[in-house]
Design a binder for this molecule. Sequence first.
Ligand SMILES: CC(C)(COP(=O)(O)OP(=O)(O)OC[C@H]1O[C@@H](n2cnc3c(N)ncnc32)[C@H](O)[C@@H]1OP(=O)(O)O)[C@@H](O)C(=O)NCCC(=O)NCCS
Length: 334
Amino acid sequence: MILNRLRRVVISGTGSHLPEKRITNRDLEGMVDTADEWIRQRTGIIERRLAAPEQATSDLALEAARRAVADADLAPADIDQLIVATVTPDHAFPSTACLVQHRLGCRQVPAFDLSAACSGFIYGLAVARTAIAAGTARHILVIGAETLTRFTDYGDRGTCILFGDGAGAAVLSRAEEADDDSGIIDTHLAADGSGAELMILPGGGSRLPPSPEMLAKRQNYIKLEGRAVYKNAISKIVMLVNESLERCRLNREDINLIIPHQMNARIIESAAKHLDIPLEKIFINLDRYGNTSAATIPIALDEARRENRLHKGDLVVLVAFGGGMTWASALLRW
Ligand SMILES: CC(C)(COP(=O)(O)OP(=O)(O)OC[C@H]1O[C@@H](n2cnc3c(N)ncnc32)[C@H](O)[C@@H]1OP(=O)(O)O)[C@@H](O)C(=O)NCCC(=O)NCCS
């Protein structure tokens, strides 16, 4: 049967990079009509990172990528493909992935950006897994990297409290040990463009090219229907986890760790309650970084490893919901 010939795919290395500068809730109090306490209670965020003026998305991506490749005990020349999940690329083209491929010192391998907003890293994981399982690549570098603060309106208190900059990366590799069951067990990707307006960067593309009018209307900044996103996110996260367990004939008690997209602590806590999964099994670091879109999950994955929250044999769920709308999950045996 063809399925038996497909290769098992493991995460062989992780890395992350966060810019040094922080924006605290107190800093935001000086910019818009808000309060540290309101932000903490409504979102769980305490501070976020801000890229330096000379840093773009590829700079953060490159550093995270270097760390992930080294962690996998590989050299850049071993990488067979690069995917950068981002909605804040350096340029419309060339892709951020091409910039990283060159600066990292990779061979002339395929490199492309993937736009699926906050679900981007899991989308990248699924694409990479398919290529490795089919035998067309052995090691693929999947990066989630964003500089969302460049597109954040620091005059809009509904959005400026949420976003930060950062990058995370993972190397996916063909599994070597035959008697091991570690690796990606299940992925699920979905999209519904009817909700495109709920989270959108309206200006700067072909619909609304840069113009004085576009800038005057502040359409070069992220617009968000926070409440609608909030409700949708909870139900989608619950559905994704339940359906993945069902497909794999596993129970929620089997899960050791859930790494959700870091958008709002209340969303994550409410989803955990609906799933009846204790908060100790949910990884949260949004208090320090806010929402870095496609970068939240690979950053969290890297931190979870370094904090010894992942052990061989653990069942790990990655789950995300974001702009598009898009949503995605991945189930891994560590
Ligand atoms: C944005 C978000 C934090 C707002 O929290 P909320 O509890 O939904 O709050 P609401 O939008 O209902 O606003 C409640 C009140 O707080 C006010 N408010 C909004 N932002 C505020 C802020 N930063 N400080 C103080 N008050 C604020 C609103 O104006 C509103 O006032 P009103 O009742 O007088 O009209 C929340 O909806 C959220 O996190 N949504 C998910 C968004 C997200 O992460 N999207 C990214 C894509 S993954």
